[in-house]
Design a protein. Structure first.
Length: 326
């Protein structure tokens, strides 16, 4: 994958879908992986992409080619809050009529990410019994669930839906807390405490305060339908799993992949997964470790910078000169 994560599977179909339906640009919020994928696809497809990201995640924003001038990065200064970036992207979309990428509601995005299940079925000739993935929003897991349903309905495969094993990085684990401990997800409750926990995670791209958990067809429905389970893994567990992956496979993985592998190890040790069970372990990214070896990495430079206090309708209204098209 040319931007180091499975988000490449969603960016191209999303942009092509939007172009086919008359869109001339797209805006999205990202903690890193999605931004890279859309910046890369937008450059190759000559399609304007507006990216909103917290400044703390800016180190994740790069592409392996020179980005086009139509890739415009909007940074929330001094912030590590992905949810605030989502809010700003929504305000800009509403104010200036820029189509939003759509997140979990983007069918092209879900279909793109669901190809990991299709590829497993094509290669193995069956549907896996277990599916492991580190999640922030959980959209990739929803995509895997939907793709599995379609495969079973096609009549070409026997068996049951894969059991979803969704992994988050402690101490920030809203999906795990909701599913395993029954703690409601409240993105606007004690925000500073949530942001403090986000600062303590290794896999910061998994930090989403407001995942699509309880909506119809969301993460909770996917877990319920598959008898799924969730995990909270520590930074030390992730580091150990990253080392294990590098030793076993000879290539590095990013912390998200380490989180997923750590959960798989735990599931085997507790016999939640048997040694002869079939497993799809989604190593969702290795960031830039391999790409740096073969390509020149180009960092995305901010086009606009706003302070957190400017994330409001009034703050966005002042951006009119930057978005004027006449």
């Amino acid at each position: 994958n040319m931007t180091g994560s499975f988000k490449d599977f969603e960016a191209f179909p999303s942009i092509l879908y939007m172009r086919e339906h008359g869109a001339e640009s797209v805006i999205l919020a990202s903690a890193g992986n999605t931004a890279r994928a859309f910046a890369y696809a937008g450059t190759l497809l000559d399609f304007p992409v507006y990216i909103v990201a917290p400044e703390a995640m800016a180190n994740h924003l790069w592409v392996p080619i020179v980005p086009s001038d139509s890739i415009r990065l909007i940074v929330v200064a001094g912030s590590n809050d992905y949810t605030l970036a989502i809010e700003l992207a929504g305000l800009i979309a509403d104010r200036f009529g820029i189509p939003p990428e759509g997140g979990v509601r983007n069918v092209a995005r879900r279909d793109g990410m669901g190809t990991v299940i299709l590829e497993y079925a094509r290669t193995v000739g069956a549907i896996p019994q277990h599916y492991f993935q580190a999640v922030g929003s959980g959209t990739g897991a929803i995509a895997a669930w939907e793709a599995s349903i379609r495969l079973l309905r096609s009549g070409r495969f026997d068996g049951d839906l894969p059991r979803l094993h969704l992994v988050q990085n402690a101490p920030f684990t809203p999906i795990h807390d909701a599913w395993t401990h029954g703690i409601p997800i409240r993105p606007d409750l004690d925000v500073e405490a949530q942001l403090s926990r986000i600062r303590g995670v290794r896999a910061d791209v998994l930090a989403n305060r407001d995942p699509p958990y309880g909506i119809h067809g969301g993460v909770a429905d996917a877990l319920r339908d598959t008898n799924g389970c969730t995990y909270a893994v520590t930074n030390d567990q992730i580091k150990s799993a990253e080392a294990l992956f590098a030793e076993a496979e000879g290539i590095p993985t990013g912390p998200e992949g380490g989180a997923a592998l750590s959960a798989l190890t735990e599931a085997i040790e507790t016999e939640r997964v048997k040694l002869d069970d079939s497993v799809l372990l989604n190593i969702t990214g290795n960031e830039d470790a391999l790409l740096k070896r073969d390509y020149t990495i180009h960092r995305l430079k901010p086009w606009l910078t706003l302070r957190p206090g400017e994330v409001s309708k009034d703050g966005v209204r002042r951006l009119e000169p930057y978005f004027r098209t006449d």
